[in-house]
Design a binder for this molecule. Structure first.
Ligand SMILES: *Cc1c(COP(=O)(O)O)cnc(C)c1O
Length: 225
């Protein structure tokens, strides 16, 4: 096996163990392989090992890789970085899921771009800055109700859930994940917000224990950046 295939198998095994420990079905946790800054050849290698969901942080890098890898038809691109409205045009044509809606104006612009693409509704998550950390993107919990309504009002977006970027410290990360779950419960529950995107290379077990339906894992698969 290649190094990437090996690493993927190890991450998948970590997810499976964490799911079993939490009495969850492993299939309920989707692995998004975060390929930012890595070459398209690394994505192809992971794809050949069976991986289908890939995450990118930079709009133009996503557009370039999607073009290079357009021959892999069932590959799903996730946009997980901070998105400026003027970059929505790079993301709307290729993304299967945008994890990082953090303002009504971004939702409006992305909705407009999605309408032009004619690919059907574009699925999105709302990013929440659960702990209110100054340096982080994401909506403040107090603004969440208004933002969720704004996304719901966009005819070309499909509101699918919530996302958060955890603090490095594992105990603080757990509090952030539990906070995201509590916010989901306050704002319509799993019926309205089925997806919870939380957990990365260092804290995916904690995220799965807390109920993550997607984990975004980069360095544990592709190596240090
Ligand atoms: C880079 C990144 C990840 C992956 O982080 P790793 O620690 O490499 O697993 C996950 N989510 C977001 C939003 C990122 O920017």
């Amino acid at each position: 096996m290649s190094a990437i295939a090996d690493a993927l198998a190890e991450v998948r095994a970590r997810i499976d163990r964490a799911a079993h420990a939490a009495a969850r079905e492993p299939e309920t946790v989707r692995l998004v392989a975060v390929s930012k800054t890595k070459p398209a050849s690394a994505v192809r290698e992971a794809y050949e090992a069976g991986q289908r969901d890939f995450g990118e942080n930079y709009a133009q890098e996503l557009a370039e890789k999607a073009k290079e890898l357009a021959d892999l038809p069932d590959l799903r691109w996730h946009f997980i970085g901070h998105l400026q409205s003027n970059k929505a045009k790079f993301v709307a044509p290729v993304a299967a899921l945008v994890h990082t809606i953090d303002s009504a104006s971004l939702a409006r612009e992305l909705g407009k771009r999605a309408a032009k693409e004619g690919r059907g509704k574009l699925a999105v998550l709302v990013e929440v800055n659960v702990g209110g950390e100054a340096q982080k993107h994401g909506a403040a919990p107090a603004d969440l109700a208004t933002l969720l309504d704004a996304v719901d009002a966009e005819p070309n977006l499909a509101l699918s859930g919530l996302m958060t970027m955890p603090p490095h410290d594992l105990d603080e990360a757990r509090r952030a994940f539990e906070g995201l779950v509590a916010l989901r419960d306050q704002h319509g529950g799993a019926a309205r917000l089925p997806e919870l995107s939380m957990g990365m290379s260092d804290d995916l077990e904690v995220a799965v224990a807390c109920g993550a339906t997607m984990v975004r894992v980069g360095s544990a698969i592709f190596g240090a950046r």
